[in-house]
Design a protein around this ligand. Structure first.
Ligand SMILES: Cc1cc2nc3c(=O)[nH]c(=O)nc-3n(C[C@H](O)[C@H](O)[C@H](O)COP(=O)(O)O)c2cc1C
Length: 314
């Protein structure tokens, strides 16, 4: 059985990638899981300077999911390159089939110049497989969503990042908080994205009925987890029909069947986020679960399932 997939020029041993912000910088999970079992991992969003993030509380549980307002707390791109990336490289090794877990750097900025500067620093580093441009974070006052909700702004930041990213593929992570995701997806593709990650969290709120205040340190947060899977699955289906570049599906994945659903509607690979908060080993367990499911169902090559969903059978 063959779980390998490709995302453009990048070959992955399997389609399971740990999603940004839910798997630290990867190194923190090495005591719990063998990172060499994953297709890839996306590190926490990196900014030009370290960011303190949003005030607590930063997480709250909701029915079938979770709201977060972490606000992109991170150590800054230079500390990541100096401290985390070398440690990560020591933990990863090429397997017998020639695959190495792909390390993807999630890139964030307040302004276009910030995104460019983060990529410029990463360009000099070794051990990365791709960049993922976060133009969809709902938890900052500036940057992020400002770019991801407007096609012209998307095109501007993606084109600038594209010029800076000479060494590696550029993935662009889209926001679900838009009226017409197809339009933003096309803008990102035309501006040079090599792949699209669909999607970030859905903006939501939760109110504490005693204090009558937000249950988060901010007014709103990003909803993730199983509650969003049907919503994001539909976005993936919409996006794959209007772009030629590969699409990574991310939203609410917990079970092997969820991965298959995303692949059937056209995703090349998937990312797993909130499931790590229930079980830090979730993505590695998912790989094992996928192997078992493929064995049971006589699926020899998981990539053959991509786009096999039939809308006419609805
Ligand atoms: C606590 C938390 C932090 C996150 N931080 C980031 C981030 O830094 N950059 C980013 O692009 N997405 C971030 N995300 C979004 C996830 O990568 C993912 O797109 C989203 O949670 C949906 O997937 P899920 O339902 O499997 O969690 C974060 C999500 C959570 C729950």
């Amino acid at each position: 059985m063959d779980l390998s997939v490709s995302v453009g020029t990048l070959s992955l041993r399997n389609p399971v990638i740990a999603a940004s912000g839910t798997f630290g910088y990867g190194v923190e999970f090495a005591e719990l899981v063998d990172l060499n079992r994953l297709g890839g991992l996306v590190v926490k969003g990196l900014s030009r300077e370290p960011m303190e993030g949003a005030p607590p509380p930063r997480l709250c549980e909701t029915a079938g999911g979770m709201l977060n307002a972490v606000g992109l707390q991170n150590i800054g791109v230079r500390a990541f390159v100096a401290e985390k990336l070398p440690a990560l490289r020591r933990l990863l090794r090429e397997d017998a089939q020639g695959f190495t877990t792909a390390v993807v750097a999630n890139v964030f900025g307040y302004r276009v110049e910030d995104y460019v500067e983060v990529i410029r620093v990463l360009e000099d580093a070794e051990g990365l497989a791709a960049y993922e441009l976060n133009i969809s974070c709902p938890n900052t006052n500036r940057g992020g969503l400002e770019y991801g909700t407007d096609p012209a702004a998307t095109a501007e930041v993606v084109a600038a990042a594209r010029r800076a990213a000479t060494r590696r593929p550029l993935w662009v992570k889209l926001s679900p908080n838009v009226t017409d995701i197809a339009c933003i997806a096309r803008a990102a593709e035309e501006a040079g994205a090599d792949a699209l990650t669909v999607a970030n969290t859905w903006v939501g709120m939760a109110v504490d009925v005693e204090s009558r205040r937000s249950r988060l340190g901010r007014l709103t947060g990003g909803l993730s987890g199983p509650a969003i899977k049907p919503l994001t699955l539909r976005l993936v289906y919409q996006v794959v029909r209007v772009v030629r570049v590969p699409v990574l599906g991310v939203g609410g994945i917990q079970k092997p069947e969820d991965v298959i659903e995303y692949i059937l509607v056209g995703a090349h690979a998937v990312q797993v986020g909130t499931a790590h908060f229930l079980d830090p080993r979730a993505s590695v367990r998912l790989v094992k679960g996928l192997e078992n499911l493929c064995l049971r169902k006589n699926i020899n090559r998981i990539r053959d399932l991509r786009g096999e969903f039939s809308p006419e059978k609805c």
